[in-house]
Design a protein. Sequence first.
Length: 302
Amino acid sequence: MSTCARAALDLREPLAGTAATARTWLLIEQPGPWGARALTASRLDATLGAALEAAADSTGVRVALIRRPGRLPAGPGGTRVLAAHTLPGHAWTRTARLADPEALRTLDLPALGAGDPASFEALGGVAYDGPPLALVCTNGKRDICCAVLGRPLAEELALAVPDSVWEITHLGGHRFSPTLLVLPHGYAYGRSSAPEVKEILRATAAGEVVVAGGRGRSCWDRPGQAAELALRERLSGAGPDDLTVTGTEGAAPRWELTLAHRDGRRWRVTVAEGASHPPRPESCGGTPAAPRRMDVLAVREL
């Protein structure tokens, strides 16, 4: 196991509250090699990639490239694009095939981030009706851990559940490799094995949420991710649409969050930001540092 992932594992760095934050994911199929900043360092036109990256800033949309394991060529019919909005109770996933990726410039990214799929549907987007998706980070140019640990996981899963598995360019948290994002609900996981991912996909299809190995649901900020996972550990059978973060008070390093169940129950969760010691590299080859962590101090029903 390579440096940053081994250090984080040996030091038992917690996973909760470390997921990338995005209400909506825009995923563009781009086979072939990826650079460290893949949107501008791949076979996707660099000016298009830069334009999408800039347009997505502060919209709640995260743009990434995807490809099938084994670097298979794209299928017939043009470039496949997926858009997935992940807020509980309002989640949707759309898919489209584009003859020319330049059409993505017309997307209304603020509206996508807010959960309106109209501009994506105007490109021919239709509801995705396939199995839950596991997107495994494999971009070794970003961090070698993602290649050494992510690619074998993606390849093993592709043998068992080929329609469910994609490689993705970047999910953050290299030191938690192998990392993955599961759609449609947007839960991220780390240090995952193939049997564990298969169970996550089975549970997702059944309307269940697996907490073990969870980094958080991407639609929440990091305190919200930690709070929601902590509450799920205490509840039995809460589905993906059952819990919502309805309010946040305070600022770093301490927050008071209100979470609600759709049956009317409410909780107050106290989350504090701490530092993981001793210092360790957050990426391979990086300078050792004390990464921030989210610690849940209290969960109380209101």
